[in-house]
Design a protein around this ligand. Structure first.
Ligand SMILES: [Zn+2]
Length: 257
């Protein structure tokens, strides 16, 4: 299944979705079902927020970041009543009333324990009406029957809010596997923000990159497959995939290609 998480329109230039789909295809990754767009899911996210509000687990907040900048996390000033009810409101989660402590077993990094008080009341819906990732991803994962969440270590500390939301909304708990982050030699994450080049969409360029991706995941792709068609590489990689080979590094500098 492919889900385009386009909840933040200013960060989603037109055509970005079709480029992502072409990149997936270039690496031999195909999907069933129609591609789902989070931008079309407003009513479902609103229903989830309404449920949280009716349970007393979400509240409107008028505070600006500037007002609480001396605190490590938002101190929950609007929990009982919005400080300035005439101003635009964001909606926040009552992290103090949810699952606590939040404990789960990460498949690579082992048992994780978080105190919600250290995390603060995460925003679920922004003042400009846009949905926050935390709520949208939890609702869609459950709706699409996602059993396994596999993603970068940079999202590990988002998991406690997502676990709280799953419990509050009565949704199942998926398994979690957080992966080391590939960083450049200067220690920066490979990302659009750091001007990392986009993935190629031509077959010749994709082949060696797929091989290197498997090496970066501590798997053991046969060297002679390094320039083989991506579908051949993937067939071997799927048959041979072993999560136990992964080393629990937070950061990973790949060998230069
Ligand atoms: Zn507030």
């Amino acid at each position: 299944m492919v889900r385009i998480e386009d909840i933040d329109p200013p960060r989603c230039p037109p055509g970005a979705d079709s480029e992502i789909l072409r990149q997936l295809e270039a690496f031999g990754l195909q999907w069933d079902e129609t591609v789902r767009y989070q931008s079309a899911r407003h009513a479902t996210y609103q229903a989830a927020l309404d449920q949280l509000v009716s349970q007393g687990l979400a509240y409107p907040c008028s505070c600006s970041r500037k007002q609480w900048r001396e605190h490590a996390v938002y101190p929950g000033w609007c929990r009982k009543a919005a400080c300035e009810p005439d101003k635009p409101m964001a909606w926040r989660l009552r992290s103090d009333l949810g699952l606590s402590p939040v404990v789960w077993q990460d498949r690579l990094f082992g048992e994780q324990t978080f105190d919600p008080a250290q995390l603060g009341d995460v925003v679920l819906k922004r003042k400009d009406g846009l949905w926050a990732y935390q709520l949208a991803v939890v609702v869609d994962d459950a709706d699409q029957g996602i059993s396994d969440v596999v993603r970068g270590h940079d999202l590990l500390d988002n998991t406690p809010w997502q676990r709280q939301l799953q419990v509050a909304l009565g949704l199942p708990e998926p398994r979690y596997l957080h992966l080391p982050l590939i960083v450049a030699g200067n220690g920066q994450k490979l990302s659009k923000q750091n001007l990392a080049p986009a993935l190629p969409t031509d077959d010749d360029a994709a082949r060696p990159l797929l091989h290197h991706a498997l090496l970066a995941l501590d798997q053991t792709p046969p060297a002679e497959l390094a320039s083989a068609p991506v579908t051949d590489q993937l067939a071997v990689a799927i048959a041979d995939w072993d999560v136990a080979r992964l080393r629990p590094d937070v950061f990973r500098v790949p060998p230069t290609i």
